[in-house]
Design a protein around this ligand. Structure first.
Ligand code: SF4
Length: 458
């Protein structure tokens, strides 16, 4: 609430929807979650308050995704269900944004004419304006193909009081054949370092202890910025600057691209006290042939070299990855290459996906090489079984060690327990006696389960 007041004062905005309630439904990745926080921020700026359930909302915003499985079916299925929601209330408004809106444009309202506003990924800060226009003139679609600068003044209402996303870059210059991001989010645009530092300082001033830097390819941050009249990678320097902010406890970042990892970034992770000891290296596949078909820009050997370089500098770093099982043309041998890397690296955790074709991507057109569903499922299960054992083993290495824990929230399953993360990102439970959410405390890890650690105060 306090945060909303500050935002209103800062933006000198006159609310026009006092008393109305909004609900934001988010599909997809962290970028979408953070965009939804900004949408919520702008709605509150306009006088609205958050509805606890969909039925009590006057304004519904659907933040769509094109990445997850059957995203298109889910979107139009959801919009179909929301027609009933809209018809049941007077003056209810249905707004659609995110990657699927950017991709489908007018098609959204052709297939769901009851939608009032369709807005793209580049112009979110115009949402209140478009809502006003739709009330005056009827349904409206506004999709912008490209922007030149990142809007930096969008307010956000955050889900967490202690941790916040901080966008440092949008878009992507790569062309992975399974991914829609370059066509819906445009080319890479980096925010100016001073804007990022200012926002980080403001976040710390409002009680935030941990920030997660967000971008599609964070370790190429700054390539598009001119510094001393030449473009150059700047991510490590950005980490150094953020590390100097008083009151900030932790810095995380996601998602980097393996091919763009520089030694200076890894050295920064090692040497900077606030940058957490955790690195995400999205493998996608362990087969050089499949990596080439994915347009990933590295092969199996180069990926291993990157991991060896990272582990050479920080032996005890936590490594996480993404893997797509069943990319078109994946043979048993290709899958075995993936399993070999999984066993070699021993990632702390793996985000696993079964390939499913996304309209608008090159992989969608590789129909002749699609792998049968039952084969994909079998390989996926095998990867899951092997990784579960590895993750369990990796968690055990913390038992008996002393760690610093940021306590984030109550456990969903046990009301006597609070949960948070240690520096290297592992979920850790602690008895709620003598601690509160937001505390940063020194703990001893006393036990591990397959999915989380248990700790006690030192
Ligand atoms: S690096 Fe590849 S997967 Fe990541 S956003 Fe860019 S195109 Fe998509």
């Amino acid at each position: 609430m306090e945060q909303t007041v500050v935002i209103k004062q800062k933006m000198n905005f006159t609310p026009s929807r006092e008393g109305k309630k909004y609900f934001v439904k988010t599909f997809g990745c962290q970028m979408n979650e953070h965009d939804s926080e900004k949408i919520a921020g702008m709605f509150e700026l306009d006088g609205m308050t958050k509805a606890t359930i969909e039925d009590s909302a006057d304004i519904m915003f659907i933040n769509t995704c094109t990445i997850r499985e059957n995203a298109d079916d889910r979107l139009y299925g959801t919009l179909g269900q929301l027609k009933k929601w809209k018809d049941e209330g007077i003056d209810r408004k249905l707004l659609v944004g995110g990657c699927a809106a950017q991709k489908d444009k007018e098609l959204v309202r052709e297939r769901a004419p009851w939608v009032d506003v369709v807005i793209g990924t580049h112009n979110l800060t115009n949402i209140i304006n478009l809502l006003n226009q739709s009330e005056d003139w009827g349904p409206i679609t506004e999709i912008i193909d490209e922007i030149e600068d990142l809007p930096t003044d969008a307010p956000s209402i955050r889900e967490s009081e202690h941790s916040a996303w901080l966008t440092i870059q949008i878009g992507c210059n790569n062309s992975c054949t399974f991914c829609i991001v370059p066509s819906v989010r445009g080319p890479e645009i980096s925010r100016r370092p001073s804007d990022i530092i200012n926002e980080a300082q403001e976040l710390v001033g409002s009680g935030i202890k941990e920030i997660t830097l967000l971008g599609q390819n964070v370790n190429s941050y700054g390539r598009d910025l001119k510094i001393d009249n030449k473009s150059r990678p700047y991510f490590a320097q950005l980490l150094h600057k953020l590390n100097e902010i008083d009151g900030l406890e932790r810095i995380r970042f996601t998602s980097p691209h393996p091919k763009d990892f520089k030694e200076e970034t890894i050295n920064a992770v090692k040497s900077l006290s606030k940058v957490c000891n955790q690195i995400h290296v999205p493998l996608q596949s362990g087969s050089s042939d499949i990596l080439s078909k994915m347009h990933r820009g590295y092969n199996k050997e180069k990926f291993i070299q990157k991991v060896d370089m990272i582990r050479g500098i920080i032996p005890d770093v936590s490594l996480t990855t993404d893997i797509i099982v069943g990319f078109p043309g994946e043979t048993e041998e290709d899958f075995q290459d993936t399993m070999d890397i999984v066993k070699y690296v021993e990632f702390d955790s793996v985000y696993m996906f079964q390939f499913s074709p996304r309209p608008g991507t090159k992989a969608y057109d590789m129909e002749d090489e699609f792998v049968e569903q039952d084969i994909i499922k079998k390989r996926f299960q095998h990867l899951k079984d092997v990784q579960t054992d590895i993750s369990e083993k990796r968690l055990k290495r913390f038992v008996g060690t002393e760690q610093v824990l940021l306590i984030e929230k109550p456990s969903k399953k046990n009301n006597q327990v609070l949960t948070g993360k240690i520096d290297s990102g592992q979920i850790t439970h602690i008895d709620k006696k003598n601690v509160s959410t937001g505390d940063v405390v020194e703990v001893k890890i006393i036990d591990s389960t397959p999915f989380y650690l248990k700790a006690e105060l030192i």
